[in-house]
Ligand binder design. Structure first.
Ligand code: HEM
Length: 408
């Protein structure tokens, strides 16, 4: 781990033995399984300083479950504000809302949104989620196979997002294209342009909602009065719209895809789930742990010593949840699917920014997996076919060919 001469990316306060002259995304892509690749960092120090922790930027990487959980809660030392690059890239003066805003303002914004994401509220969405799932599957169910990612995992949460936002469903293909370019655009210019195209559409949508809100969520946001009795500004609302876009699509599609890959390559587990539908909720939580796809970021707010390591104001901190979720100190035999675990997965973070959409996400994943298992037998990856993935800030599957036998 130690390097002889201090590389330029490592500031003076970083001890030499914690300097890690690597890129996290390349390191995570070294094996056929990025979760196993990333979990190799659990063998080293709990905190390392990486040359490239996120999108080319150097920073601290937290490589233990206990520390990560602590950092998520400690917003006074680890701020969600000012360290992220999306709004800088868009050239706007507002933040992603509420995800990149610290308490106390965070609490005020979150109160506006919470009623729409409680288990009860999500229960009301269930029928729509099922309809969306069935509608998508009906397009390929007679074919005996599909590319699970392209044909199902990407459009599924996108359609739910469009319905939640009151956007027309014929925007689906456009959103799909934007998502591909924003996440995997070949140049930074292409990504920036795509980010702005999305923003232009969100601005257009906001203007329409001001005339006539299309859903209860939109109505609540437009009519909200926050602490000082004023309505939300356009920037505060656009920050919310953008957060739903970046937070609720990629994460769901990635988790469903990794889960389906596991199911398609583990026939006994697949059959177990068919035979034990009452275990589905537990299975979803365990898949969320095994295939935790997110890496968050924070900015250090002031100089302080954390677990024996000097942190300086404005240091970037990378929080790869996929490493924490494979930590044997938190989850014994972390690479095994164990439906009897009691420790909750950290997949949705913890502390003030605990994922607002977690009940919806769990419902979406459950319905998707359950429907495939009910409709199809012997789900597998056809011989000679391969899956593809990328390991950026989110671990994501790019392509997953599957085939099945249709139930009689
Ligand atoms: C498997 C799916 C999902 C995963 C793994 C996930 C994960 C996360 C994580 C780790 C955070 C905390 C980020 C941070 O503190 O830096 C977060 C926040 C958030 N998520 Fe999710 N998410 C998922 C699905 C969704 C969905 C479906 C929605 C809504 C439609 C959503 C909306 C949000 C929002 C609004 C926040 C910000 C909460 C706050 O700042 O108070 N997420 N999510």
């Amino acid at each position: 781990m130690a390097t002889q001469t201090r590389p330029a990316f490592a500031p003076e306060h970083v001890p030499p033995e914690l300097i890690w002259d690597h890129s996290l995304s390349e390191f995570n892509s070294e094996l056929d399984d990025p979760f196993m690749a990333a979990s190799r960092l659990l063998d080293g120090p709990p905190l390392i300083y990486a040359r490239d922790g996120a999108q080319g930027r150097p920073g601290w990487v937290i490589a233990r479950h206990a520390l990560l959980k602590e950092a998520f809660i400690d917003w006074e030392h680890f701020s969600s504000e000012g360290g992220m690059d999306l709004t800088q890239m868009l050239g706007v003066d507002w933040n992603l809302n509420p995800v990149n805003i610290d308490p106390p303002m965070h609490t005020i914004y979150r109160k506006v949104l919470t009623p729409f994401f409680t288990p009860k509220a999500v229960g009301h969405m269930e029928e729509g989620v099922r309809e969306t799932c069935d509608e998508l599957i009906s397009k390929f169910e007679e074919k005996g196979g599909c590319d699970f990612v392209k044909d199902f995992a990407i459009p599924f949460p996108s359609m739910i997002f469009l319905r939640l936002m009151g956007m027309p469903e014929d925007m689906l293909n456009q959103f799909f294209e934007w998502e591909q370019k924003l996440l995997r655009g070949t140049s930074i210019e292409e990504r920036v342009q795509t980010g702005r195209d999305i923003l232009d559409y969100l601005i257009f949508h906001l203007e329409q909602q001001k005339q006539k809100p299309a859903t209860p969520l939109m109505e609540n946001i437009l009519n909200a009065r926050i602490a000082d009795g004023r309505p939300l500004t356009d920037g505060e609302i656009l920050g919310m719209f953008y957060t739903f876009y970046v937070g609720g699509l990629d994460t769901v599609y990635a988790t469903i895809s990794w889960s389906m890959r596991h199911i398609a390559t583990h026939p006994e587990y697949q059959q177990f789930l068919r035979d034990n539908p009452d275990k589905m909720d537990k299975a979803v939580m365990e898949m969320l742990r095994m295939f935790s796809v997110v890496s968050s970021q924070r900015r250090v707010t002031k100089d302080f010593v954390w677990h024996g390591v000097q942190m300086k104001e404005n240091d970037l901190v990378i929080m790869p949840i996929f490493i924490a979720c494979r930590d044997p100190e938190a989850y014994p035999k972390p690479n095994e699917m164990d439906l009897n675990r009691s420790e909750q997965p950290l997949a949705f973070a913890s502390g003030p920014h605990l994922c607002l959409g977690m009940h919806l996400a769990r419902r979406e994943i459950k319905i998707a997996i359950q429907t495939f298992l009910e409709k199809f037998d012997n789900i597998h990856i056809p011989e000679g076919a391969h899956y593809e993935y990328h390991a950026g800030p989110t671990f994501n599957v790019d392509s997953l060919p599957i085939a099945w036998t249709k139930k009689g």
